[in-house]
Each structure stands twice: as structure tokens, then as C-alpha cells.
Ligand binder design. Structure first.
Ligand code: F58
Length: 830
């Protein structure tokens, strides 16, 4: 992107790049790839050979556009967004690229006419699981929208050799298995051995006088690692724009330390290579505090050092110096993980380029924008000063200097307010001292944003209050969105077709166009078709779940789904308390009139998060009892689908009737699964948390199942003193549900297994599960009643979809472009 093309793409070359073609053309291209690239003919080709041949065929259609895009950006010297993120949770590329090319059906037909099963080839792709959850997936949705909206942009990330672990379930417990996503090759990336930079670590700093006698500092690192670029083309929907994701992989500068080798120390010789490559070896799987992990700090620096060197190199191809760097690049920091970019850019400008501090600081601040994704205090990143000093000695000095100047300003503005100084400082003076990354990000950026209205308000009210008092204009809200290409058109072609047949295809270019669907909600014929689509999607999901878990799922059940990381604040255990309550009602004599439902869970727990792992075990234990009790036959099923990832999620959204978004108010920054379900016609049961609030406002209060405390209620309860035991004592059904867990009803009589969970709920209940239980149960009863009126339910489902236009990531990206980045689209002609 923006690079001087190494071999200028001649018009002749661009002409040779394939354009979309007919079925026969795709067949020919596929056969050519199979033969010339993979050296196979159809009869001996494995499924993977065929998948690779198809992937290369499709990639060829991206490459011509990619070259043209880069060339055009270079020629026009465009302002570019650089999205820096430690995670990009892309999901499989093949289907998505076919949708964006507008060639899905043609290619499917071509492959089938060749006698191969298209879906088998699509399913062969191993997804790059380079993220934990919402934050990484958001970055991937944003790349799709940036390309679709024709915004010059590039994503910078880390090419982890092992992504998010694969989750296996043994005896109901989560077991983590290494994710070898690269083992069969990755046809979507292009390695660029010549786009590589050295990255320093450790060592010391030294002062010196430069040629003009000015005092300067240089950093002398103790070791160097080489970052090599791997580029993946990112095609927009039905446009030529093909941006890129540049992932950096760590390599040793020299594979062998020859000196060690010559003296016979073979192990010593390879040791350095191994140590260097460790940096991009694995994504840390913890989704909460990662404090104190030296390797994680090294990963963060590795990413920003590679990304910035690359940007500086490109900028200097056309600019004399870096004084206008901020006009060339809008850098967005996806949470604090890349916030070291602030200190690194200062180091480049001041130490390497000899700029004075004040103008350098001006350039840096104007370049950076910071997005916060959490209000949980334990998830705010801090690094101990001693660790920081040993890994990045020069950056620590720079952070200290930023802090010194910043606190000087504060002293002038709030004389004598020492408490405020202590609160605002970039360094927390407790114990050994901690560098607060969110503070660095706030001070070093011109714009700070939360990811949903309520989250942005709470950031200003609580977590970043002092910064908001100081710089109210720096604060923005950009409510998250999701890409409708992957999460509607690709995953739910039947629903997409039905919509297009009814209202035309304008909505595929502008999701707000879905509003034309509203009038169809009153058409009984359309409602019948809508129901038929959902029924088919439920059947497909039921088949899939049966294959994965052995549980027979009746597709006539209401499919009630909660899929996301397993975390106490997301309250999967509240959902379970409802399941147990339903179960108790069913086995009680006389049963109950709740409609048949299957409750589905999926999600990974951080390997070190024992409570979350115990919740997974409890889901399996409850499922075992419920699914094997004859009294619940045909009425209630519980399923845990292992190894939740993007690929598996794509099967779940279309089949869902009810979407569980039940976090404690004030804890979920936004949520994005809530949007994916609603776009696929599921109704939401949820709290007033994150983007649920905006979804409810958009779809209408009558079309959303609301329960639970508000943020203010929660606050009040805390002030009053929260006593979960009182709820247990006062509510008979809650009492019975908790007793059943405690007494071993789901653990073959074992009363110890779930004791930590029960004790935690009764004595502390930090996420107020018991306080929201009754309201949740009452709301679930209402869901049950609503389900019985199929016509009304269908109408609500259609209205939900019709009113989801706002939650396209295209809208989010337009907001960023307008309020934060100030960039314009650049059309790439044919
Ligand atoms: C998520 N954060 C928020 N963090 O929880 C969710 O509400 C929001 O919708 C989403 O971001 C997008 O804004 C999140 O996914 C992580 O995964 C971190 C990764 C690094 C370690 C700490 C958690």
C-alpha cells in the first residue's frame, strides 16, 4: 500500500489479470491452478489440493485489483488509515472473497460441474484464529468495510504461528490443543522477505552531542529480531479496492550464530534463532489480565516497531522529512495493545530524525487515535516499571518525559491538586511502579473513543473521568458494527435471497436499505417464506450439532443460543439457572407449558480462568442430566458446541431464534454477537448493556426482551450493600436451582465439584447473577409465550432485520472517517 511498486504494473499486466468470468472460465482457471501450481490432475488431487487450487484461482482475481489499488494510492499520495491491532480474527477467506467478487454462485456451479463438492472445499479452509473474540473480530470487520468504502488503509498485526487454541472437551472439561493453522499452507498470504525490519530489545541508552552540539540520546539494544511482512489482500464488496493486511513474523537475523557453531556448540547456535522466533510464536490465550508477561510486551513492541518503520519508509518515498507524517497517516490503536506506538514514534522523530520534542509530540498526537474496549479494571493494561525498563529502556525514558511534561501542565491547570496528579500520572506509584497504558494512549492521541453509547459515557464518567474533564473534546463514541457481507450474505444466503426478492438488492450496498423490508412484516405470505427459511437454517444447525456433539436436536424447538467467550460477567451461569429452573418445572408433576427449546452454548475459557472452566463443566453436567431424563424428552435439550470460532459461528447465527445477551449492565463494552444474531432474524433477550441499548432503540422496545438492572440500579445496589444470599433465601425456584447444583444433582452426588461456583454466587456474586435471576426468569417466560404466536414472532423477527441497518460496520467506519480520521474514499477504476 502506498509503496513505490517494485515492478510497475504495466497496463498489459493488469489486462492479463483475470476478471470475473463465466462457469467455463472458472473451470479452466481452476484446472490450470491444480496442474501448474499444485502439480496434480483431478483424479489424484486430495481435498486440500482442490481447496488450494480454488483458493489460488480466486486469489488471482484479487491480485490485479491489489496492484492497481497500490499503484493508485501511490500516485495520488493519499492519506491512509493504519489500523494497528494485536489481533485480527479473520475467519475463512474463500467464501467471503467469492461474495465480495460477486462470483459465489458461478464458482459453486463451476466446481460442482467438475464433479466436486463445493462445500467440502470451503470447509477445508483452516481459519487464522489470530484473536480472542470481539476485539479481534471487530478489526476484521473493519478491514472489510474500509475496503468496501474504498478508504486507503492498511491493517498491521502479528502473524502468530499458533493462534487461539483449539478447544476439545474431555469429560465435560475444556482441554486446550495447539492451533496449527498453517500446517496445510496459507494460500491467501504473500511473504515479502524484502519488506523486513530489525527490532531492538533490551540494552541501554547513552547520551551524546550531535554535529551541531545538541544533546541527543541513542538506544543501544542488546538484541535484534527481524520482522518480515506477510501480506493478505482484502477485497471490498463489489468494488476494485483491494487493501491489505500486513502481518509481521519474527525471524532471527542470522539463522545460525556461526561463532558458536564453529566451536562446536550446535545448540547454542540455534538457540538465538529459536528465541527470536518465539516472539510471534503464539497468541496469548488469556482474555483478561496479561500483566507481567514479558513476551507479551515484546510482541506489542515488535508489532509497532515493524508497523512504524514501514510507514516511515513509505512516507519518505515522497516526503523530505517526517514533519507532515500525521497528514499522511491516521493511526488507530485498537485498545492499548499497540499503544507503545506513541513512544516509538517519539523515539523515531526525536532520537533518529533529530526533531525537537515539541513538534515531534505534535506530530505524534495528531497521528494517533485510541479506541477503548473495556471498562473492567482488571483488563486495563499495566506494565511494571522494572519489566518495561529491561525490555524497552529508551521507551521508558520517553514515557517518563511525556509524563513529566504532562504533569507540569496539570500542575498549572489545577494548582495544589496532588490527588489529581496521582490519578492522571502515566506511572502508578504503587509497589514497584506501573506504566498505565490507557493513560499513555489518552495523552498521546488526539481522539479517544468508546465502542457503544453507554460505554463511551461510562468511560467519561468513571474510567477516564480525569482525562475527559481535561479534554472533553477529545472524546467520541463510535458504536461498533459488523460486516453484513460475512454475517448475512455469506452465512445466510436463503434469507439474503428472500430479502432481495422482496425489496431489490440496494441493501447489499447500503444496509440502511433494509428498512424497506418493514412493510413486508405485515404480509402473511412473506412471513410464511421467512419462517420456512428459518426452519431450514435450524435443520442445518441441528444436523451440524448432532454431528459435533452426538446430541439429537429437534429443529422444531426454539433454538436459544449464547455464544461468546466464557466469562462471569457475561453470565453463562445465569442462563444455566434458567435451564435448571425449566428442568425443575418440567419434572415436577404436571410439567409446565413452556414451549420446547434447545439451549445452545459455545465459547472458550482462558486456560488459567478456573471459574470459567468450571462453568463449562457445569454446562456439560446439566446437559447430561437434562438430555437423559425421559421427562424432558421433546421439551428441553442442552448442547455445548466445542471449539467456537468464526467458522463455527457462521453456522449458528442463521439457525438461532433467541439470542442471549445477558451481561451485567455496565460490563460489556458493546458486544457484536448481539448484532450478528439480530441481522439473522433472532430476537434478543438482553440487559441494558453495551450496544443492546442501541439495538433495542433501533428495533423498538416491543421487539426486544428486556430484563435486569440498569447501570444505575447496579451502582445503587453496590452502595446499599449487596447480599446475594437474601435472593437465595427469598426465591423458591432460585433456591431449588442452586441447591440442585450444590447437592450433586448434576455431578453424580459429588458436592465438591461445583462448590467454588456455588460459594461464589452465594457469598460474593460479583456479577449479580442472583439479583437479576427473577427478572430474567420472568422475561424468559414472556419469551415462551411470545414463541407460541408464530405469526407475531415472525413479524418481530422481520422487523429486527429491517431495523439493523445502523449496525453495519460500514456505518462505524463512516463515523471514524468523519469524526476521527478525516479521510476520503478513493475509487479504483476498472
Ligand atoms: C471486546 N473486548 C468487548 N477484548 O468485550 C466487547 O464488548 C466489544 O464488543 C468488543 O471488544 C469489540 O469492541 C475484547 O474482545 C479482548 O479480547 C482482549 C484481548 C487481549 C487481552 C484482554 C482481552
Amino acid at each position: 500500500m502506498l509503496e513505490k511498486p517494485q515492478t510497475p504494473a504495466s497496463p498489459a499486466m493488469a489486462e492479463r489479470a483475470p476478471r470475473e468470468t463465466d462457469v467455463e472460465g472458472w473451470k479452466r482457471e481452476f484446472r490450470e491452478q491444480l496442474f501448474y501450481v499444485l502439480g496434480r490432475f483431478p483424479a489424484t488431487a486430495t481435498t486440500n489440493d482442490k481447496y488450494l487450487a480454488l483458493a489460488y484461482t480466486v486469489r488471482n482475481h484479487l491480485l490485479g485489483r491489489w496492484v492497481k489499488t497500490s499503484e493508485s494510492y501511490y500516485r495520488k499520495k493519499v492519506r491512509t488509515v493504519a489500523y494497528l491491532s494485536a489481533e485480527f480474527l479473520l475467519g475463512p477467506h474463500l467464501g467471503n472473497n467469492l461474495v465480495n467478487l460477486g462470483a459465489y454462485d458461478t464458482v459453486k456451479q463451476a466446481i460442482e460441474e467438475l464433479g466436486f463438492d463445493f462445500q467440502t472445499l470451503v470447509d477445508q479452509e483452516l481459519e487464522p484464529g489470530l484473536g480472542h473474540g470481539g476485539l479481534g473480530r471487530l478489526a476484521a470487520c473493519y478491514l472489510d468495510s474500509l475496503a468496501t468504502l474504498q478508504i486507503p488503509s492498511i491493517g498491521h498485526g502479528i502473524r502468530y504461528e499458533f493462534g487461539m487454541f483449539e478447544q476439545q472437551i474431555r469429560d465435560g472439561w475444556q482441554v486446550e490443543v495447539a492451533d496449527k493453522w498453517l500446517r496445510l499452507g496459507n494460500p491467501w498470504e504473500i511473504r515479502r522477505p524484502e519488506t523486513a525490519f530489525n527490532v531492538g530489545f533490551g540494552g541501554h541508552t547513552e547520551g551524546y552531542a550531535d554535529a551541531s552540539g545538541r544533546y541527543r540520546v541513542r538506544w543501544v539494544p542488546a538484541r535484534l529480531v527481524r520482522g518480515v511482512a506477510h501480506d493478505t489482500p482484502i477485497l471490498g464488496y463489489r468494488v476494485n479496492t483491494t487493501n491489505m493486511l500486513r502481518l509481521w513474523s519474527a525471524e532471527a537475523i542470522d539463522s545460525f550464530d556461526l561463532e558458536s557453531f564453529n566451536i562446536g556448540d550446535y545448540y547454542g547456535a540455534v538457540e538465538k534463532k529459536v528465541a527470536s522466533e518465539t516472539i510471534s510464536k503464539v497468541l496469548y490465550p488469556d482474555d483478561t489480565a496479561l500483566r507481567g508477561k514479558q513476551l507479551r510486551l515484546e510482541q506489542q513492541y515488535f508489532l509497532v516497531a515493524c508497523a512504524l518503520q514501514d510507514m516511515v519508509r513509505i512516507h519518505l518515498q515522497t516526503a523530505p522529512d517526517l514533519t507532515r507524517f500525521h497528514e499522511k497517516y491516521a493511526v488507530q490503536l485498537n485498545d492499548t495493545h499497540p499503544a507503545l506506538a506513541i513512544a516509538e514514534l517519539m523515539r523515531i522523530l526525536v532520537d533518529e530524525r533529530g526533531m525537537h520534542w515539541v513538534p515531534a509530540w505534535d506530530v505524534t498526537r495528531q497521528t494517533m487515535g485510541y479506541t477503548n474496549h473495556t471498562l473492567l479494571p482488571e483488563a486495563l493494561e499495566k506494565w511494571s516499571v522494572s519489566l518495561f525498563a529491561s525490555v524497552l529502556p529508551r521507551h521508558l525514558e520517553i514515557v517518563q518525559e511525556i509524563n513529566r511534561r504532562f504533569l507540569e501542565e496539570i500542575r498549572v491547570r489545577y494548582p495544589g491538586d496532588d490527588d489529581r496528579l496521582r490519578r492522571l500520572s502515566l506511572i502508578e506509584q504503587t509497589g514497584e511502579g506501573w506504566v498505565r497504558m490507557a493513560h499513555l494512549a489518552c495523552v498521546g492521541s488526539h481522539a479517544i473513543n468508546g465502542v457503544a453509547e453507554i460505554h463511551s459515557q461510562l468511560l467519561k464518567r468513571d474510567v477516564l473521568k480525569d482525562f475527559s474533564d481535561l479534554w472533553p473534546d477529545k472524546f467520541h463514541n463510535v458504536t461498533n458494527g459488523v460486516t453484513p457481507r460475512r454475517f448475512l450474505m455469506l452465512v445466510n444466503p436463503a434469507q439474503a435471497r428472500l430479502i432481495t426478492d422482496a425489496i431489490g438488492d440496494f441493501w447489499t450496498r447500503d444496509l440502511e436499505g433494509l428498512s424497506a423490508l418493514e412493510r413486508m412484516a405485515d404480509d402473511p405470505g412473506f412471513r410464511a417464506q421467512w419462517r420456512a427459511v428459518k426452519q431450514k437454517n435450524r435443520e442445518a444447525l441441528a444436523t451440524e450439532m448432532h454431528a459435533k456433539t452426538g446430541v439429537v436436536v429437534d429443529p422444531d424447538h426454539m433454538i436459544d443460543i449464547q455464544v461468546k467467550r466464557i466469562h462471569e460477567y457475561k453470565r453463562q451461569h445465569l442462563n444455566l439457572l434458567h435451564v435448571i429452573t425449566l428442568y425443575h418445572r418440567l419434572v415436577r408433576e404436571g410439567g409446565c407449558d413452556a414451549p420446547p427449546r434447545t439451549v445452545v452454548f459455545a465459547g472458550k475459557a482462558a486456560p488459567g480462568y478456573t471459574m470459567a472452566k468450571r462453568i463449562i463443566k457445569l454446562i456439560h453436567s446439566v446437559a447430561e442430566v437434562v438430555n437423559n431424563d425421559r421427562k424432558t424428552a421433546g421439551r428441553l435439550r442442552v448442547v455445548f458446541v466445542p471449539d467456537y470460532n468464526v467458522k463455527h459461528s457462521q453456522r449458528m447465527f442463521p439457525g438461532a431464534d433467541l439470542s442471549e445477551q445477558i451481561s451485567l449492565a455496565g460490563k460489556e463494552a458493546s458486544g457484536t454477537g448481539n448484532m450478528k444474531f439480530a441481522m439473522n432474524g433472532a430476537l434478543t433477550i438482553g440487559t441494558l448493556d453495551g450496544a443492546n441499548i442501541e439495538i433495542r432503540n433501533a428495533v423498538g422496545a416491543d421487539n426486544f426482551f428486556l430484563f435486569g438492572m440498569t447501570v444505575d440500579d447496579v451502582q445503587r445496589r453496590i452502595v446499599q450493600g449487596y447480599h446475594p444470599y437474601d435472593h437465595y433465601r427469598a426465591d423458591e425456584e432460585l433456591h431449588a436451582a442452586i441447591d440442585a447444583i450444590a447437592n450433586g444433582a448434576f455431578s453424580h452426588g459429588d458436592r465438591e465439584l461445583f462448590r467454588p461456583l456455588v460459594e461464589n454466587l452465594l457469598r460474593a456474586d460479583p456479577f449479580m447473577v442472583l439479583a437479576d435471576y427473577r427478572s430474567y426468569i420472568a422475561c424468559q417466560d414472556e419469551v415462551g409465550r411470545a414463541w407460541r404466536d408464530a405469526e407475531h414472532w415472525t413479524r418481530t423477527s422481520i422487523l429486527n432485520v429491517a431495523r439493523m441497518g445502523r449496525f453495519s460496520s460500514d456505518r462505524s467506519i463512516r463515523d471514524y472517517c468523519r469524526d476521527i480520521w478525516h479521510v476520503e474514499p478513493v475509487a479504483i477504476p476498472d
